[in-house]
Design a protein around this ligand. Structure first.
Ligand code: HEC
Ligand code: HEC
Length: 253
């Protein structure tokens, strides 16, 4: 009973309604509002309007995934309240450094997927949007954004990652810029890239919600060639990936 009382107090439920564990369990269920079902309604934002917030949020946690989500959902939440302000953005710090510093999927691409998951009207659309974002990320020379008040100076150098992996993207930039990684300069680069990604995602969602989404990105010719046999419709059908194959493979044939 002791623990139940303590937990009830922690939840701000007075001791007067003590009725045992079952009642406690029932109460705790009604205490939380049900999450609003997706898809949520996308409200158009001018993409440039979130730039400074994305840069500041990315720095706040040195969090690339967090920076994107805080800027987009935070802006919508400030303007329109629920459901946008009900999303636990703090939970997305996990996406930093390619998922907890592992160097796998870049947090900005991860954030894009999360937002498409909230706003896309079908699973098919969500997959298509994720594919477009990933290929854009692989091919775009980044970072482009120049903060008004940069936290750190970095060489004015962009790099093309050729991969959606944090490791590959960061190392290509390190080589292009001559900077070391896991330094303030590295994070400055990534936090500027957060802004570019956030602008891209908001632009995509604006277009998508107007029913005018045009998918521009395609796998490169090298990868298309591989997919003809290794992709799902091919004779081997042993590869499930829409990443650029040449990030990791040469042609072994
Ligand atoms: C015309 C069909 C075809 C195309 C196109 C093709 N592959 Fe293959 N690939 C195969 C087959 C069949 C095998 C099985 C190995 C074998 O029997 O030679 C294979 C095997 C492989 C292997 C294992 C190879 C090894 O050395 O054991 C890799 C890796 C591979 N392919 C990568 C690629 C990549 C990367 C591309 C694109 C540049 C590509 N393949 C294009 C048919 C193809
Ligand atoms: C991020 C790096 C990466 C990317 C991108 C990637 N691969 Fe791979 N791929 C690997 C690794 C690592 C293996 C495992 C190799 C092994 O077991 O020897 C592998 C295995 C394979 C194999 C099986 C080889 C075998 O021994 O049977 C094929 C075929 C293949 N990849 C094709 C592709 C194609 C086609 C694409 C693009 C759509 C692609 N890969 C994208 C890293 C990658």
């Amino acid at each position: 009973m002791d623990t139940i009382i303590t937990r009830r107090r922690a939840l701000g439920l007075g001791a007067a309604t003590i009725g045992g564990t079952l009642l406690y369990a029932a109460n705790s269920r009604v205490a939380a509002d049900a999450a609003v079902k997706t898809p949520w309604e996308w409200k158009e934002l001018p993409p440039e309007s979130i730039q400074e917030r994305a840069y500041a949020s990315a720095w706040a946690k040195v969090g690339c995934m967090y920076g994107v989500l805080e800027a987009v959902l935070g802006t919508l939440g400030d303007k329109y309240g629920a459901p946008y302000n009900t999303f636990p953005v703090d939970a997305t710090v996990y996406g930093s450094g390619g998922i907890g510093g592992i160097g796998s999927l870049c947090g900005t691409v991860n954030a894009a997927g999360m937002l498409f998951g909230l706003f896309a009207k079908s699973q098919e659309d969500m997959f298509a949007l994720c594919g477009e974002m990933s290929l854009w990320y692989e091919k775009a020379p980044l970072p482009v954004y120049k903060p008004k008040d940069p936290k750190h100076q970095i060489p004015d150098v962009t790099s093309v990652s050729g991969s959606n992996l944090c490791h590959v993207s960061s190392t290509r930039w390190a080589n292009a810029s001559g900077q070391k990684l896991m330094t303030p300069q590295h994070f400055e680069r990534c936090n500027r890239l957060v802004v570019d990604a956030a602008v891209k995602i908001v632009s995509m969602l604006n277009e998508y919600s107007r029913g005018k989404m045009t998918y521009k990105e395609k796998l490169n010719a090298f990868s298309e060639g591989c997919q003809a046999c290794h992709g799902p419709a091919g004779i081997k059908a042993n590869v499930a990936s829409s990443m650029s194959c040449n990030a990791c493979h040469e042609d072994p044939h």
